[in-house]
Design a protein around this ligand. Sequence first.
Ligand SMILES: C[S@@+](CC[C@H](N)C(=O)[O-])C[C@H]1O[C@@H](n2cnc3c(N)ncnc32)[C@H](O)[C@@H]1O
Length: 270
Amino acid sequence: MSHWNQHARQWRKIGPPLRPQAEDLDFLTHSIVNQPRFTQKPPDILLLGVTPEITGLPWPPGSRLLAVDQSEAMIREVWSPHPTILSNAVRGKWCQLPTDNHSFDLIVGDGCMTLMDAEQGMLRFISELRRVLRPGGHLALRLFVRPDVPESPGQVFTELEQNRIGNFHIFKWRLLMALHGTLQEGVTVSQAPDCWRQFVADDDRISICTGWEKTTIVTLEAYRNSTARYYFPTLGEARAILSRYLIEERICTPSYELGDRCPTVIYRCP
Ligand SMILES: C[S@@+](CC[C@H](N)C(=O)[O-])C[C@H]1O[C@@H](n2cnc3c(N)ncnc32)[C@H](O)[C@@H]1O
């Protein structure tokens, strides 16, 4: 089963910070949704993926939203149209969008840069987004960034043993970032279950000690046969890539656990 088919099946088990939280959605609402200019001319919005929390934002009446995702399974299982504005989901790749130049006032995405193929892939991605953005339009992306000073896998497992990690998904992200090489190298997700086995002899004991359900812990196993690779830039690396094509306007670092590694950035098209 492909990585994203698996992802679609496990969607409901995916928790914070992998999905946007109320604080992230409030920031988007205040900084891009509620723009006075949209009362005159409702925006054309491109959603990268089918993230339901973003589809469901209080978009101004008359807005039109197009969601683009490469995975038929994600569209079938996770896409849900907006209740009041015109919205549609189509299959497509973010680096070759099935849309004309300058067709959107807003582009929004959650964690998308992590899925691009290293720095070159990220540059292609941002250049394609700029192609379809109208001048003065905005790009809002929640990023997953690795810290400037990396943690070691051992540090992450020590904190796991001490029950100091808020949930399994935070643990998983910290582990993948600890296993990450340079931006060119990224991290293969199949490294995570192998590393787990090196450090954890008894899943039941971890489940009891942390209170995390075993059905959640075993989702790490889904990565074992995956060839997917994630790329977590540092914030500096991400900014350097974004600034090649767009102008930085705002950044929001949320207060939830690991929020310092999940900033939302807003860039404007010149
Ligand atoms: C928006 S991202 C991340 C959303 C959320 N934060 C999460 O962790 O699931 C997930 C989606 O990206 C889609 N996707 C990944 N790479 C893509 C690409 N190059 N072009 C289009 N869709 C892509 C996947 O099919 C999946 O539905």
